[in-house]
Design a protein around this ligand. Structure first.
Ligand code: SER
Length: 583
């Protein structure tokens, strides 16, 4: 059975059982507290809490999807037999419709009858102080003839929430045997019974509470790659039809690990670019850059004749996926790939030469290579091999942190009156009067970003910002020119917030709490243990905009005066540039 047949059979199975088939949402989630979509349930969060009505939107209380997903947590593991960054997740969802009985019976039927796979064993939640042992699921599995039922706790069998709060609950999982004789988890069925008032970390630490949802829901997730591996009787996901063409194309002289990394990262970058991510030094852009740079190095070291490895691979990947995912445009993907490769190749050549000269590579050497040549940690570790055996990510990050502290101190010194009065990299001012103007422009830039996200959607993410006394220049990811109406709407929204004269305030919060506020922040920036979250509004919860920021800002939005967009234009593929002024 091909993977595209599995995809179809899954959606068809649940459509026949009253589910609305919903297309995958973007890899860029609606929820600003989550960097990328990691699960099928994310686009449905609001249906579980009853904020929106599934019946109205889908004509049903249940849906099914095959969701594009991306998990960064295992990025360093990619290259082994089972880890991936991008993957597809099959799922069925119920928002107050059916519950345990049907979801378990259907999962059992799909696995054993439609896929024809025996179930090795299942797991059920063992119970805790707040959530009882899941005897109901046990009885249902027993009723279906399953005898090996194992109990596990909170860590493995309690799912969610994603982001800073949300639906969550105990789960039951199905394990099947692969060609190597190992039992692996294929399907996770979540009983969304609670709303968690905080993040997963808060839940574990006891800082968050579980509030029973009015109507319990179902959220299931099954990785397509894993299922295909078992159905197709393969030893690894890379032998399935989802990867076999890509792997076959890669050089015979290349080791398994490198081939798997290239196959995973090339596929992932196609999907990230198609959803509007562009390589940069922060957040999603940094994730993309890291994937691209890692395989540029592999390509480069594979030898001259393999120098177009990835470029040759991209059409193969798109060929495999363009039917279910027509957003994969080859020109855009080629364009971004070529630009990033050109930019990085120069750096890599010099950096690798330098790396080869080092006898041993410890954290401080690694940091110097990073600082002078832009070689990322992964590449130093990868190319350093034995000479870098003592190098750890933790050690490298410590060096990074030390450096950040030194450069922060450097910025403050400039306030002392030498040269620029203010130079944060983003803001520049030479005297007090200029400082006042750039401060107004700076707050306006925060409002602009939020207004753009409201009008154009969450695809908008900051790609760059530069503020001088004349104007603010804001770059953001978005795939087309703004219409006149959109441009006007953004301008009006910013001016509306200015008129409201909202207080611009900040709170200093421990980093994790700050992230949980939903404030925008730079993914890769090394923040100190406590950060300032600047927000426009009377409280953090009701704020119009929230960002991690070092200031300076006005004290009330009214001080900005009138805001106007002077120009909106393309900056690079998928990135727009706005110049705006205040008067
Ligand atoms: N949300 C759950 C998961 O990601 C089930 O879909 O595993």
């Amino acid at each position: 059975m091909t993977s595209s047949e599995i995809r179809k059979k899954f959606l068809e199975f649940f459509r026949e059982r009253g589910h609305a088939v919903v297309p995958s949402s973007s890899l860029l989630p609606d929820d600003p507290s989550v960097l990328l979509t990691t699960a099928g349930m994310q686009q449905f969060k609001k249906y579980y809490t009853g904020e929106v009505d599934a019946m109205k939107d889908f004509g049903s209380l249940s849906t099914t999807s095959c969701q594009k997903s991306f998990r960064t947590s295992d990025i360093d593991e990619v290259g082994d037999e089972s880890h991936l960054t991008f993957f597809e997740m099959l799922g069925n969802f119920s928002f107050g419709g059916y519950f345990k009985k049907e979801s378990i019976a259907w999962a059992h039927e799909f696995i054993t009858k439609v896929m024809g796979l025996p179930i090795s064993y299942v797991t059920i939640y063992e119970g805790s102080d707040t959530v009882p042992k899941d005897e109901e699921s046990r009885a249902m599995w027993q009723g279906l003839g399953i005898t090996d039922i194992r109990e596990e706790g909170m860590e493995d069998l309690f799912w969610g929430p994603t982001g800073h709060e949300g639906p969550c609950g105990p789960t039951t999982e199905i394990y099947c045997r692969n060609a190597n004789g190992q039992d692996i988890e294929v399907w996770n069925i979540v009983f969304n019974q609670f709303f968690c008032s905080g993040s997963r970390e808060d839940l574990t630490s006891g800082a968050a509470t579980l509030i029973p949802l009015e109507t319990p829901g179902i959220d299931t997730g099954m990785g397509l790659e894993r299922l295909a591996m078992i159905v197709q009787g393969k030893h690894t996901i890379h032998e399935t039809d989802l990867f076999s063409d890509s792997i076959a194309m890669l050089s015979d002289t290349m080791d398994h690990r490198s081939k798997r990394i290239v196959a995973d990262h090339a596929r992932a970058l196609c999907f990230l670019i198609a959803d509007g991510v562009r390589p940069s030094n922060k957040e999603r852009g940094y994730i993309l850059r890291r994937l691209m740079r890692r395989i540029i190095v592999i390509e480069h070291t594979a030898g001259e004749q393999r120098i177009n490895l990835v470029r040759d691979l991209i059409p193969v990947i798109i060929g495999k996926y363009h039917a279910p995912y027509p957003e994969l445009h080859i020109d855009t993907i080629f364009d971004e790939w070529d630009k990033e490769k050109q930019k990085f190749l120069k750096t890599v050549k010099n950096g690798l030469k330098e790396l080869q000269k080092c006898a041993t590579i410890d954290a401080s050497t690694a940091f110097k290579l990073y600082e002078s040549y832009g070689l990322p940690y992964e590449i130093i570790k990868e190319m350093g091999v034995e000479r870098a055996s003592a190098l750890s990510r933790a050690g490298f990050e410590l060096e990074f942190q030390k450096h950040q502290e030194i450069s922060r101190a450097g910025v403050l010194k400039k306030f002392g009156g030498h040269g620029l009065l203010l130079d944060t990299g983003e803001l520049k001012a030479t005297n007090e009067d200029e400082l006042k103007i750039v401060t107004r422009l700076h707050t306006a830039t925060h409002l602009l970003q939020q207004a753009l996200r409201e009008v154009l959607g969450p695809e908008v993410a900051q790609a760059g910002s530069d503020i001088t006394v004349e104007r603010t220049r804001f770059d953001f990811s978005f795939h087309r020119k703004l219409t006149d109406d959109e441009r006007k709407a953004v301008e009006n929204r910013v001016n509306e917030i200015i008129k409201k004269d909202l207080p611009m305030q900040f709170v200093e919060l421990p980093i994790e709490d700050a992230k949980n506020t939903g404030a925008l922040y730079y993914f890769k920036e090394k923040y100190p243990e406590k950060v300032n979250v600047y927000f426009a509004g009377s409280s953090l919860d009701s704020a119009f905009s929230k960002e991690f920021c070092g200031g300076p800002h006005v004290t009330h939005t009214g001080e900005i005066g009138h805001f106007a967009i002077a120009k909106e234009e393309a900056c690079s593929a998928g990135v727009r540039r706005i110049r705006a002024v205040v008067g």
